[in-house]
Design a protein around this ligand. Structure first.
Ligand SMILES: Cc1ncc(COP(=O)(O)O)c(C=O)c1O
Length: 388
């Protein structure tokens, strides 16, 4: 049996006729950039998340970049974030000439650790933003992070690239703090037909500035009082996203059911002591979308051997992320070293993403669980599990 990490064709098949019709409508209109489909998507995302303002842009990366530009973040400023995230979170800060300051993660949630953030805040001058990342589709500890931010009077900007629709007791991911952003990269829970993203914010003046910078700072036409970029969103992407958005909660529910199925399977196989499973820190709050499982991440000290074993069994897995950002070649000049963020470093050695998507079949999941069990049972015979 073959189990891919993600199979987008299964989501596309039942929507194909509708999607192609929506694309045809955009083609017939020849309104290809911004326009009514983008306006509709912005209104729909604002309503869905409770964000005051939503501005459609060309990618999640560009969403963060244009937001930081609108906030005037640049040389001399510091921005605190997690070293265990997709590159863009830190890359955008570096591109604007601001200083990236990392704070370690919580080992259970993989999100920014408030205690580490507190230390970073106390040691860093000129902090202009704190960026928590709602990694894998579960919110960071926003109560603690917002409280620290208020104490230091620093805005919180949420990297909700992986977390549209994920709920926290304080609100919807990306719409809790002053501002945030989403990615609609095809592998996200709400994926476009290419690259697309969205910025959210509470302040109407900031929203107006982002709208201006999204289009080269132009206002009125061909008059520029600020330098922006081409961060405009294509109408075809917005049309596809408008059509998919009403399915997002059901897809999230499907992913949670797949996650629960993995838990039952691992328990039945007696693997709970050997595998770390995702935590659900906000489940007790009673909100249904407390985790949207953009990824289902297990943790094991035998990660690389397990990945090879599963690859040989035709099971797709991925490592998010194999090298924490403070150890990336391009960030050498920041002066960080191995050992600076032990939790992020350990996570990068031990985590593995398993297949999770709403259309994943029971027999495929049972096969994944059985193969993982087989791996550990053969390890027991060889004494490898005891050596952990
Ligand atoms: C945590 C995080 N931040 C930012 C981004 C950037 O989004 P995009 O790929 O749409 O530019 C991603 C996308 O992979 C992400 O996962």
């Amino acid at each position: 049996m073959r189990v891919p990490l993600l199979d987008l064709k299964l989501q596309y098949a039942p929507l194909k006729a509708e999607i192609l019709a929506a694309i045809e409508q955009v083609a017939d209109s020849q309104q290809l950039v911004l326009g009514p489909q983008v306006d509709a998507l912005e209104a729909a995302i604002a309503a869905y998340t409770g964000a005051g303002h939503a501005i459609g842009v060309s990618s999640g990366t560009d969403a963060q970049l244009v937001l930081l530009m609108a906030l005037g973040i640049g040389p001399g400023d510091a921005v605190i974030t997690s070293p265990y995230t997709f590159f863009a979170t830190a890359g955008c800060v570096e591109r604007l000439g601001a200083r990236i300051v990392f704070a370690d993660i919580d080992p259970l949630t993989f999100n920014l650790c408030p205690a580490a953030l507190k230390i970073a805040l106390s040691q860093t001058p000129n902090v202009k933003a704190i960026i928590p990342v709602h990694l894998f589709g579960c919110c960071a500890d926003m109560n603690a992070i917002q409280a620290l931010a208020a104490q230091y009077d620093v805005p919180v900007l949420e990297d909700a690239a992986q977390a549209l629709g994920c709920a926290h007791p304080l609100g919807s991911a990306g719409a809790i703090a002053q501002a945030g952003w989403y990615s609609f990269y095809p592998t996200k829970n709400l994926g476009a037909f290419g690259d697309a993203g969205m910025v959210t914010c509470k302040d109407p003046e900031l929203a107006a500035k982002i709208r201006q910078l999204r289009n080269h700072g132009m206002e009125p036409r061909y008059y520029h009082n600020a330098v922006g970029g081409n961060f405009r969103l294509d109408a075809i992407q917005a049309a596809v996203l408008n059509l998919k958005l009403p399915h997002l909660d059901a897809w999230g529910q499907g992913r949670r059911e797949r996650a629960a199925q993995y838990r039952r399977g691992f328990t039945a196989e007696g693997l709970n002591g050997l595998l770390g499973l995702p935590t659900e820190p906000w489940a007790q709050s009673g909100i249904p979308n407390h985790h949207i499982y953009n990824q289902f991440i297990i943790r094991t000290s035998r990660r690389d051997a397990l990945k090879s074993f599963l690859t040989a069994a035709e099971i797709g897995t991925e490592i998010y992320y194999p090298l924490p950002l403070h150890l990336q070649e391009c960030f050498k000049h920041l002066g960080y070293h191995a050992g600076d963020f032990p939790e992020a470093e350990r996570a990068s050695q031990e985590t593995l993403a398993l297949p999770i998507f709403p259309e994943l079949r029971d027999d495929q999941q049972a096969y994944v669980v059985n193969k993982i069990s087989e791996f550990y049972k053969s390890g027991d015979l060889a004494g490898e599990n005891r050596a952990q």
